[in-house]
Design a protein around this ligand. Structure first.
Ligand code: MN
Length: 162
């Protein structure tokens, strides 16, 4: 399965740069040019990572991030802040808003790749891997395999080992 990345960015040059870098690396890129569009797109198709420009024309990128985090189904969706003004406390503000990573502008290929790779690894979405959604994990015989060991009462193994 191809890794799909949503880039939320209102600056056409930055968008072009990110698109070129990511498509060149085999990622699929979907684009939003403002916060409202980002919020609409996020519910339309499955995404592996969101790159979120902090300065957007309508809703602040950090506010968009907060709204995404209010939706439980996107709790584990990695969001990377793209920020132009590398000011003191910027990273903290991004993390507090719910971002998982931070790439200061001007964006470099190395930094972008490193951050995306880290995000995919942390969320268990290594490229080409498949992570079941919450609803799929609840189907008996599938996701249950993961939770089954926790349902084994602890006294039983103890008794046998003694
Ligand atoms: Mn911007």
């Amino acid at each position: 399965m191809i890794t799909r990345i949503l880039c939320v960015e209102d600056n056409p040059q930055n968008m072009r740069l990110v698109r070129k870098i990511l498509i060149g690396a085999g990622y699929e890129v979907v684009e939003a040019v403002n916060g409202e569009q980002a919020l609409a797109m996020i519910e339309q198709e499955p995404l592996d990572v969101v790159l979120m420009d902090v300065n957007l024309p309508d809703i602040d990128g950090l506010e968009v991030t907060r709204r995404i985090r209010q939706m439980p189904q996107f709790n584990n969706l990695p969001i990377v802040a793209l920020t132009a003004n590398a000011m003191h406390g910027d990273r903290e503000r991004c993390m507090e808003a719910g971002c998982n990573g931070y790439v200061p502008k001007p964006i470099t290929k190395v930094e972008l790749f490193a951050t995306i790779t880290q995000m995919l690894r942390q969320s268990g979405r290594a490229q080409g891997s498949y992570e079941p959604s919450v609803s799929e994990a609840e189907i008996p015989g599938r996701g249950n395999a993961r939770t089954a060991p926790m349902q084994v009462p602890s006294p039983a193994p103890d008794r046998f080992s003694r």
